[in-house]
Ligand binder design. Structure first.
Ligand code: NDP
Length: 502
């Protein structure tokens, strides 16, 4: 077991360059889901605290140096933070694992996956910020500029906290926006740690503010505030809809990364063992609490029974344990509430007639008894109209659905309100691309899963979201476009004659 502190000291929030407490003195506890014990106390901020943070970011944008600094100057700060992240990867992973129960090794992988984004944005932003001269039909200078959005509010969920932050924050900052950040209540520590790093790196005050507290209070205020120009949110689709409603007051820009119910289509030219491993892998990151988990495994009828049996063997034998253990494949669910929600879905699967092949219950043996552990669960004979196939479970549950033809697989795959990811497992390259094109989703995995990187766009179709993060698209997401027309050749005089008739 990796050693880490049983309890951390009370955490503060970072507003206007100061470490401070919630103005009413309220705090809340985070329970380590592996042990069921309180791990840390954090500030329970309210509307007033949130307004203070937004005011600080507004002032830093309207009057501070950050928006007017060059990209090179801003890059120097992001590079320093990137180096600090590299040195602190273990610590960040441990603190996140104690907050959300995701195995510590998986935190390391997700930090290594998205931390390059701190440097990537620096290398790409310079080019994107260059004025783009457009040569049109008329003798007029046409220039397109990209500029900052202004004050950006970022809200993230609890499943892979550092990854969620690193997907958005560097892109928002490099273009000169100022940022108010609300991490999920269960997992604020990596965000607080990043604020410490930015402070040490010399970020001007107010440019990055971190507020902790209930989403329905702090997050809702960020969405409503007319001083915020852009809100970028990752979380449940229902919360995303609330954000849109709350954002209507000043019609702020909204970026949404929402839920998923991704189809993993396995064709019968795939070897059974490999197919079962891919099925299990698709739902193995972050205890299945992952937006683009391949939770609907569609298997072609010829290999269906064997793949289902083998998947249950593989998934059912994964190591369940404390998130700090290096042997753990599946940790506890993030909270008792989330565990009970997942158990509820398992009951509904049984009631609707799916066949339970493994798992399906809470684990209470020995050292697991105080945590929120569920045995990895596999259902076969799932129909796409069952609740377990339609709703996002966010836990270690795989639903296996049979299909016979390619056409039928595509129909089932697209029969969902979501469109975040999809997978095609086949040895036939032409079929892989054909099917990949027809799945209505933003990210497609062919003979793999869980691939993301700072140079590929990430986002969803349908009710999985609006906009794209990471890559050049992700940098553009935090800018707006200005078109400038400049007349140096007298065209306007000619126009005046035509329009004013003298
Ligand atoms: P929630 O939508 O409950 O919460 C996400 C964040 O929003 C949290 O910080 C939360 O704060 C905050 N929040 C809650 N209510 C409001 C509100 N009314 N206004 C503004 N902010 C609010 O999602 P979960 O944390 O439960 O995360 C799981 C969900 O996130 C899943 O649906 C999953 O698919 C989705 N997700 C999507 C990803 C993507 O990239 N598409 C990636 C990962 C997850 P608090 O914690 O205080 O409640």
């Amino acid at each position: 077991m990796v050693k880490y502190k049983e309890r951390l000291e009370e955490q503060k929030v970072f507003i206007d360059g100061e470490w401070t407490t919630a103005s009413k003195g309220d705090t809340y506890s985070i329970i380590n889901p592996s042990t069921g014990k309180t791990f840390v106390e954090c500030q329970k901020c309210d509307v007033e605290d949130t307004k203070r943070a937004i005011d600080a970011a507004r002032d830093a944008f309207d009057n501070g140096p950050w928006p007017n600094m060059s990209i090179k100057e801003r890059s120097e700060i992001l590079y320093k933070v990137s180096d600090m992240v590299a040195k602190k990867t273990w610590d960040l992973s441990k603190m996140d694992a104690c907050c959300n129960g995701v195995p510590v090794l998986q935190h390391i992988v997700t930090i290594l996956d998205m931390s390059p984004n701190f440097k990537y944005v620096c290398t790409r932003a310079e080019d994107l910020a260059k004025p783009n001269r457009i040569y049109g039909e008329f003798p007029i200078d046409q220039i397109v500029l990209r500029e900052q959005d202004g004050v950006v509010a970022l809200i993230t969920p609890w499943n892979v906290p550092f990854w969620q932050m690193a997907l958005k924050l560097p892109a928002a900052l490099i273009s000169g926006n100022t940022v108010v950040f609300k991490p999920a209540s269960q997992t604020p520590l990596s965000a607080i740690e990043i604020a410490r790093m930015f402070e040490r790196a010399g970020l001007p005050k107010g440019v990055f503010d971190v507020v902790t507290g209930p989403g329905s209070v702090v997050g809702a205020e960020m969405a409503k505030s007319e001083k915020v120009d852009h809100i970028a949110f990752t979380g449940e689709t229902t919360t995303g809809k609330d954000i849109v409603k709350n954002a209507i007051g000043n019609l702020k820009k909204v970026t949404l990364e929402l839920g998923g119910k991704s189809p993993n289509i396995i064709f019968d030219d795939f070897p059974v063992e490999e197919a079962a491993r891919m099925a299990a892998m698709g739902v193995s990151l972050a205890n299945g609490e992952e937006c683009f988990a391949g939770t609907r495994v569609l298997v072609q009828d010829k290999i269906y029974k064997e793949v289902a049996k083998k998947t249950a063997e593989i998934y059912g034998s994964l190591n369940v344990g404390n998130a700090l253990s290096l042997k753990t494949n599946i940790g506890p669910l993030v909270t008792e509430e989330q565990m009970n929600k997942v158990l509820g879905y398992i009951e509904s699967g049984k009631e609707e007639g799916a066949t339970l092949l493994c798992g399906g219950y809470r684990l209470k043996e020995e050292e697991l008894k105080d945590g929120f552990f569920i045995a990895p669960t596999v259902f076969s004979d799932v129909r796409n109209d069952m609740k377990i196939a339609r709703e996002e479970i966010f836990g270690p549950v795989i639903s296996i659905i049979p299909f016979s033809t390619e056409e039928e697989a595509i129909k089932i795959a697209n029969d969902t309100i979501y469109g975040l990811a999809g997978g095609v497992m086949t040895k036939d390259k032409e079929r892989a691309i054909r099917v990949a094109r027809r799945i209505k989703a933003g990210n497609i995995f062919v003979n793999t899963w869980h691939m993301t990187s700072s140079d590929m766009p990430f986002g969803g179709y349908k009710q999985s979201g609006w906009g794209r993060l990471a890559s050049e698209e992700g940098i553009k997401e935090f800018t707006q476009i200005k078109s400038i027309y400049a007349d140096w050749h007298g065209l306007t005089k000619w126009l005046m004659k035509a329009m004013l008739l003298h």
